[in-house]
Design a protein around this ligand. Structure first.
Ligand SMILES: Nc1nc(=O)c2c([nH]1)NC[C@@H]1CN(c3ccc(C(=O)N[C@@H](CCC(=O)O)C(=O)O)cc3)CN21
Ligand SMILES: CC(C)C(=O)C(=O)O
Ligand SMILES: [Mg+2]
Length: 265
């Protein structure tokens, strides 16, 4: 599962999930940017630090944002920032065989790397939108080759996003490293979803997502009830939500206020 702040990191531990990804999807679902390409390494670190404070048990992975890993030296420097500044245990980066030099350099510097192929949102424009990938024989073969190249470069695991389930199943059995699927069917070694999608916070979710909760409506309903309760005098309630003085102090205070001039005098 992804997480973006302290309470969601804590929830992942409490629910005993295995891994926690501080995804660059936070650009869209937590910060309101139109694209994941807008988020910076500094912003990712700020969120990753918060997640790490809440999440002590699950394996922590920091998603390298667009522009942070194209050159191997930048990639290794930013991976080290995630480890040193935000207590991440691994990093993830998007791209196929072209990213092998960056993967190798990060691994050489001591940080485990998760790959990510298929629908790579940072390349939304190149891909012509958020489109399912690997639907033709040739495209599926390219995905298999990318997967093998990333494994060979040293990735400890691969995310497979929005690809046909048969292609994901084949890649999973072809690789020695575990695959983590999102929109890739049930045959991958593990699964990941974007947290607000899974909790029912996002209004619209991709076809592959199941909404396991209804937190969007629950949040709106709670806020509306708070608003109405305040306006109608049902909150706060004397005694339940208030502080009282000791009886003797209260009597003295009320006697003193009675001796004071009123507002209009
Ligand atoms: N909230 C959220 N959840 C996500 O999973 C997510 C994001 N945002 N933003 C970045 C990407 C985009 N994602 C997506 C979005 C749509 C499809 C999808 O099913 N697309 C359809 C329609 C494509 C079209 O518009 O033509 C498809 O059949 O490919 C898949 C992954 C996954 N990622
Ligand atoms: C959905 C996962 C794989 C991701 O990259 C993200 O949340 O940014
Ligand atoms: Mg991502």
């Amino acid at each position: 599962m992804t997480a973006y702040d302290y309470p969601t990191g804590r929830a992942i531990d409490r629910a005993h999930l295995d891994m926690c990804l501080v995804g660059d999807s936070l650009a869209m679902v937590a910060l309101g940017y139109a694209s994941t390409t807008q988020v910076t390494m500094d912003e990712m670190i700020h969120h990753a630090r918060a997640v790490a404070r809440g999440c002590k048990r699950a394996f922590l992975i920091g998603d390298l944002p667009f522009g942070a890993f194209e050159h191997p030296q930048d990639a290794a420097r930013n991976a080290a920032r995630y480890v040193r500044e935000a207590q991440m245990e691994a990093v993830k980066l998007e791209g196929g065989r072209d990213m092998a030099p960056s993967v190798r350099e990060i691994v050489r510097c001591g940080v485990p790397v998760m790959g990510h192929i298929g629908l790579t949102p940072q390349r939304q424009t190149q891909l012509g939108g958020f489109r399912v990938q690997g639907k033709s024989l040739a495209a599926a073969q390219r995905l298999v080759e990318d997967a093998l190249a990333l494994q060979d470069a040293g990735c400890f695991s691969l995310v497979l996003e929005a690809i046909p389930e048969d292609v994901a199943a084949y890649i999973t059995q072809r690789l020695a490293i575990p695959t983590i699927g999102i929109g890739a069917g049930a045959s991958t070694s593990g699964q990941v979803l974007v947290l607000p999608d899974a909790l029912g916070v996002e209004d619209r979710v991709p076809k592959f997502c199941r909404q396991f909760g209804d937190l969007g409506h629950a949040t709106t309903a709670a806020l509306a009830e708070y608003h109405a309760s305040v306006r109608e005098g049902r909150f706060p309630q004397s005694g339940t939500h208030t502080y009282a003085m000791p009886a003797a102090e209260r009597e003295a205070f009320l006697a003193w206020t009675a001796s004071q001039p009123s507002k209009n005098s």
